[in-house]
Design a protein around this ligand. Structure first.
Ligand code: F6P
Length: 771
């Protein structure tokens, strides 16, 4: 469900509802009481009138009752008949039998008798309103006694009392209509007053604080706040915020000009001058912090994702907003009313806005088009891509949701939007159409194939056109940039500017550049002393049943592109060729289950488990718990990954095709940390030539993962390499990473984006895709 469809009753309306409800109940109770009181008074009035009537006729009745029954009616004459609301009189003899009655009451003997019977010598007069099939009557009886107090009979007067009932009903209806009117009026008045006096100014204050947080400088705090003190305090806040920003900007400019290594602070300084007052927004499918239910409570998970590894430190350094799919089953529980959560939760540095997509959209957009279509299309692993028209529709719809969320969040502010990866190819075009002023960067984290491979995609032109809405399109490698521009050249009516390495399309120019992504130093996120590391390692060895043997490690999402089957085959060949390592070396594969709704991914887990079992069985040593492969399928946390990287003698990255692969760089960073702490030995890296990281880390043992013998030999070499050589290779790779870390990557991307040319000569035209 999108944010736009989530309706919340404003607080002022809730307040108005409570007030009007109480007013309605109160005035309803008053009306009820008044109408009942009026009814009672009317009945008393009728009692009085009927009483007078029977008393006035009592002596005539007494005389008449002394006559023979047949003459009684004649003696009473027209006294017995009714007029106005009086229906008539009736006389009862001492035995209780009706002896005379007016024509209007002659049929009511039983009802009249029942009332007459209630009179007693002590209370000779009795009246009652009686309801029955005959209607509603007021019946008044008076017992008649002779000179010696002997009972002569009773005289009964009957009035039509229906008008009393009608008056009661009318009174009720009018009264309740009035109560409703009062409640409605009160609702409007109190809601309006609460909105004008509190909610509107507080909303304005919240918006202002938000703009202040994003650094919009010239904005004064709103006036007319409900409390004077709030106005004064916000004015002070604005003043000190501006002063702090000015100071920060000055030192930022100084720092940005310095030639020190790229650090979190230097990137922050650089971003401040590159962004100016623009808000920094990242948009991706994968969120950096996910909440999953564990034992019924939300539990924080860091998804296994190269994109998250790369971008989270950037936003932690620069602040801003990250818009991503809220995929965790406890994500909705942990956001505020605007679907936002401050992250990292333990030390918030930026805002994560979660976007909700439906199951159908997730199926078509994420599992279908992104991961059964684009993923195998861009990774050359001989996995056939599947393109379905329905999946494409969902991909367009979901991209629009993400673009709308970005637009909603930035409002009218100017912003720099960094769109991430193949799940979001249409977002740049969608943003460009609505907000041509935005600076939009797109970074593609996976490879871009050559045009022959790419052209099989039925939606190739739409994808390329959507991407060309960006000002800057980044890939990890120059080769991916070349492939991309070749694809644009053949499939879109764009003008290529090979000098600038740009594509001019519909009045807009998109630069295409390589930016090999990198990692942040481990020390910034996870520092452990040697003693703590030894303790942690011991605990992990116990947990996984790994004895005191040398360890090799692999850390991957379980994905066919990662070459895990090839890795297990190479380990098998390693033990075949080097049986002396049985009982002395174990390989720990930390595998995070991924995209498991796709059969190919689900099946891969069981295929790998069977392969590991078969290898473990093949090299089993009787009487020993040693295993060649520990395949740990789970979402492993940062400290576990770090500990294995620190204790491993070798790390293996055997991707069949990979944009960059940050595991390789994370391993080098962990070894650099060990060397900096005075560690005498370091591990070695075995790295696939088909991972982008191989270009940046040539001192790794580079392998072709399809060549099992070469791969197995590289594992042996890594274990047998002289310590000095291992240290030298690792030091060179670590130096490269220190210089080319994630902060430099982000700084270069932002710098190029801020300098990118915005439009080309000629009439600008709309970008059609996904508008
Ligand atoms: O780096 C490539 C990538 O697909 C990212 O886009 C993604 O976050 C990561 O791998 C993990 O994949 P997923 O998000 O599908 O779990």
């Amino acid at each position: 469900m999108s944010k736009a469809t989530k309706f919340q009753v404003p607080r002022s309306a809730r307040f108005g509802l409570v007030v009007s409800f109480l007013a309605a109940v109160g005035s309803g109770a008053v009306v009820w009481h008044q109408v009942q009181e009026e009814y009672r008074t009317s009945v008393e009035d009728l009692d009085r009138r009927a009483g007078m009537l029977v008393h006035r006729n009592a002596s005539a009745a007494r005389n008449a009752l002394e006559l023979a029954p047949a003459s009684i009616a004649d003696a009473m004459g027209d006294r017995l008949e009714g007029h106005s609301r009086l229906l008539g009189l009736a006389l009862f003899g001492p035995d209780g039998a009706m002896v005379a009655s007016g024509p209007g009451v002659s049929d009511l003997e039983a009802a009249l008798h029942a009332v007459a019977a209630r009179t007693t010598p002590a209370e000779p007069q009795f009246a009652e309103v009686v309801r029955g099939s005959f209607g509603t009557m007021h019946i008044m009886a008076l017992e008649l006694v002779g000179p010696k107090d002997e009972k002569l009979g009773s005289i009964v007067a009957v009035h039509d009392a229906l008008y009393l009932e009608n008056r009661l009903t009318r009174g009720m209806v009018r009264g309740f209509a009035l109560a409703l009117l009062i409640a409605g009026g009160l609702f409007l008045v109190t809601t309006g007053m609460a909105w004008a006096a509190f909610e509107r100014p507080l909303h304005a204050l919240a918006d202002w604080m938000r703009r202040l947080r994003f650094g919009v400088p010239a904005d004064a705090p709103p006036r007319g706040l409900p409390i004077r003190k709030l106005e004064d305090e916000s004015a002070h806040l604005a003043a000190s915020f501006r002063a702090a920003r000015t100071k920060e900007r000055e030192s930022a400019e100084t720092l940005a000009r310095s030639d020190k290594a790229w650090t979190r602070d230097r990137l922050r300084a650089h971003a401040m001058s590159a962004l100016g007052s623009d808000t920094l927004v990242v948009v991706s499918n994968r969120e950096p912090y996910m909440h999953q239910l564990l034992d019924g409570r939300p539990h924080l998970v860091r998804p296994a994702s190269g994109l998250v590894t790369g971008l989270d430190p950037v936003l932690q350094a620069c602040g801003g907003l990250w818009v991503a799919h809220g995929a965790g089953d406890a994500d909705r529980e942990t956001v505020d009313a605007n679907d936002c959560v401050a992250v990292p939760p333990e030390d918030p540095r930026y805002t994560l806005r979660r976007v909700w997509i439906t199951k159908e959209e997730e199926q078509g957009y994420y599992y279908g088009f992104s991961n059964e279509g684009l993923w195998p299309l861009c990774h050359l692993t001989h996995e056939r891509p599947t393109f379905r028209a329905d999946d494409w529709e969902q991909y367009v719809r979901a991209n629009r949701r993400f673009a709308d969320a970005v637009l909603e969040e930035i409002g009218t502010q100017s912003a720099v939007v960094l769109v991430q990866d193949y799940q979001m190819a249409l977002v740049p075009g969608m943003l460009r159409r609505k907000r041509p002023d935005l600076k939009i960067g797109l970074f593609w984290h996976i490879p871009w194939p050559n045009p022959e491979a790419f052209r099989i995609c039925p939606f190739r032109a739409e994808l390329l056109e959507g991407m060309l809405g960006a000002d800057l399109i980044g890939f990890h490698l120059q080769q991916h940039c070349n492939n991309f521009l070749d694809s644009v050249d053949r499939m879109v009516e764009a003008r290529l500017d090979w000098d600038r390495f740009a594509a001019d399309f519909r009045g807009h120019s998109a630069l295409v550049r390589p930016f090999p992504i990198s990692v942040q130093p481990w020390s910034e996120r996870h520092t452990v002393s040697d003693a703590a590391l030894a303790e942690q390692t011991e605990a992990l060895r116990q947990k996984y049943g790994i004895g005191e043997v040398a360890i090799g490690v692999g850390v991957d999402r379980i994905d066919y592109t990662k070459g895990l089957a090839e890795r297990f085959r190479a380990i098998e060949r390693f033990f075949e060729r080097n049986p002396r390592y049985r009982g002395k070396f174990s390989f720990v594969q930390l595998g995070a289950p991924s995209r498991t709704h796709i059969p190919r991914y689900r099946d891969l887990i069981s295929e790998l488990e069977s392969a590991a079992d078969a290898i473990n069985w093949k090299f089993k040593i009787d009487g020993s718990s040693w295993k060649p492969i520990h395949f740990a399928v789970d979402h492993h946390d940062g400290p576990t990954v770090h500990a294995f990287m620190r204790i491993a003698s070798v790390c293996v990255v055997s991707s069949l095709h990979d944009g960059m692969n940050l595991v390789a760089k994370e391993f080098v960073a962990a070894q650099g940390e060990a060397m900096a702490q005075g560690g005498s030995d370091v591990g070695a890296l075995v790295l696939s030539e088909f991972a982008g990281a191989a270009r940046d880390l040539p001192d790794a043992l580079i392998i072709n993962p399809y060549d099992t013998d070469e791969f197995a030999d590289a594992i042996r070499s890594s274990l047998e390499m002289p310590v000095a050589e291992r240290r030298e290779r690792m030091a060179r790779m670590h130096d490269h990473l220190t210089e080319h870390n994630i902060y430099r990557w982000a700084a270069e991307f932002l710098k190029t984006l801020s300098q990118s040319r915005r439009s080309v000569a000629g009439q600008p035209r709309d970008v059609d895709i996904g508008s």
